[in-house]
Design a protein around this ligand. Structure first.
Ligand code: 1VU
Length: 293
C-alpha cells in the first residue's frame, strides 16, 4: 500500500510541476505597482514569455507594451471595477462582479491571480462564480487590492473558492478582512461556510488566525458551557473547522467519544493576548447585499 501511495505522490508531483514549472511572466505592472510574479499562469500564448505584463487598472485588460496599456486607459475612462459596490467604509470599497455578466474582467482577474496562486484548480469557467473585489479608493479611482471568488451555488457548502491579496498590500490585514467578509455573507445567507481546499500555507495561517480570534471572542463573552454546534452557529464557521481550531489551541479533549471544551476565562484571556492581529475590520452594518438566487 505504501508503494501505491508513493506512486500516487510521484504522479501528482509531476502534474504539479507541469502546472507550475515555467513561470512565464516575470513581473506585472498594475496601477502604480510593479510586482514580481510567483507562479505560472495559463495566459493566451501570445502573452507568454514576456518580461513585464501591463494590466490596465479597473478593467484588468493586459498588454505586452506599456504605451498600449496607457492608450487603452485613456480611452476607457473607468475609475472602478465593474459590478455592484456593496460595501464602503472610509477609503475601502468592495464590488460584487458576476462572472457571467463580466466574463472578460473575471477571466483577466483569474489570469492575474494565478500568477500568485500555486493551485491547479483555479477555474476559468467564471460563469459559475461571483467575484468580490476589494479596493482602496482615492481621487483617481478604486484600486484593486485583492479579491475572493465564490461559487454561485456550492453543493459542498463552500463560502469562498479562491482568495488573494496582491503582494504590495499583503500583511496589512486585508486577507483577514476578505475572510471576514466571506463569513459575513454566510451570516446573511444564514448558513455555515468553509473555504474550498486545498489551502496554501499563507491561506492556512490566515484562516487559522481568523477562526482563532472569532472563537475566542465568542468564548470570552460567554458564561457557562457552550457546544461546538452553538459556536458554529454564532460564527458560521463549519463545526469541523471549529474543532480543528480549538484543537490547535489545545482547548479541547475527546472523552468517551465526545468533544469537551476546557476553557476558563483566564485561559481564554491568555490566548486572546497571544492571538494574531484582528486584521482590518468589516463593519457589517455597511454591507448592502442579498444572496444570489
Ligand atoms: O494572524 P496573524 O496576524 O498572526 O497572521 C497574519 C499575517 O502575519 C500572516 N502572513 C504571513 N506570515 C508569514 N509570512 C508571510 N509572507 C505572511 N503574509 C501574511 O497571515 C495572517 C493574515 O495576514 P493578513 O490579514 O494581512 O493577510 P494578507 O492580506 O497578507 O493575505 C493573506 C493571503 C493568504 C490572502 C495572501 O498571503 C495571499 O494572497 N497569498 C497568495 C495567494 C494565496 O495563497 N491564497 C490562498 C490560497 S488557498 C485558497 O484560495 C482556497 C481557499
Amino acid at each position: 500500500d505504501d508503494e501505491h501511495h508513493g506512486e500516487f505522490d510521484a504522479q501528482s508531483l509531476r502534474e504539479h510541476e507541469e502546472f507550475t514549472k515555467v513561470k512565464n511572466v516575470e513581473q506585472i505592472e498594475l496601477g502604480r505597482h510593479l510586482m514580481d510574479t510567483w507562479y505560472f499562469s495559463p495566459l493566451p500564448p501570445e502573452y507568454k514569455d514576456c518580461k513585464v505584463l501591463y494590466f490596465a487598472e479597473f478593467d484588468l485588460r493586459f498588454f505586452k507594451r506599456r504605451d498600449e496599456m496607457l492608450q487603452h486607459l485613456r480611452k476607457s475612462r473607468l475609475q472602478h471595477p465593474p459590478g455592484d459596490e456593496f460595501y464602503r467604509n472610509g477609503n475601502v470599497s468592495m464590488f460584487e462582479v458576476d462572472g457571467k455578466k463580466e466574463r472578460t474582467f473575471c477571466q483577466n482577474l483569474c489570469y492575474l491571480a494565478k500568477l500568485f496562486l500555486d493551485h491547479k484548480t483555479l477555474y476559468y469557467d467564471v460563469d459559475l462564480f461571483l467575484f468580490y473585489v476589494l479596493c482602496e479608493c482615492d481621487s483617481r479611482g478604486a484600486h484593486v487590492v485583492g479579491y475572493f471568488s465564490k461559487e454561485k451555488c456550492s453543493e459542498e457548502g463552500y463560502n469562498l473558492a479562491c482568495i488573494l491579496t496582491l503582494p504590495p498590500y499583503q500583511r496589512k490585514g486585508y486577507g483577514k478582512f476578505l475572510i471576514s467578509m466571506s463569513y459575513e455573507l454566510s451570516k446573511i445567507e444564514g448558513r455555515v461556510g468553509t473555504p474550498e481546499r486545498p489551502l496554501s500555507d499563507l491561506g492556512n495561517v490566515s484562516y487559522l488566525g481568523y477562526w482563532t480570534r472569532q472563537l475566542l471572542d465568542v468564548l470570552s463573552d460567554h458564561q457557562g458551557s457552550i457546544s461546538i454546534k452553538e459556536l458554529s452557529e454564532r460564527t458560521c464557521i463549519r463545526p469541523d473547522d471549529v474543532v480543528r481550531t480549538l484543537n490547535e489551541l489545545q482547548l479541547i479533549q475527546v472523552q468517551k467519544g465526545v468533544h469537551v471544551l476546557y476553557a476558563g476565562p483566564a485561559i481564554i484571556a491568555r490566548h486572546l493576548k497571544m492571538a494574531g492581529s484582528a486584521g482590518l475590520k468589516v463593519d457589517p452594518s455597511k454591507i448592502v447585499w442579498t444572496p444570489y438566487n
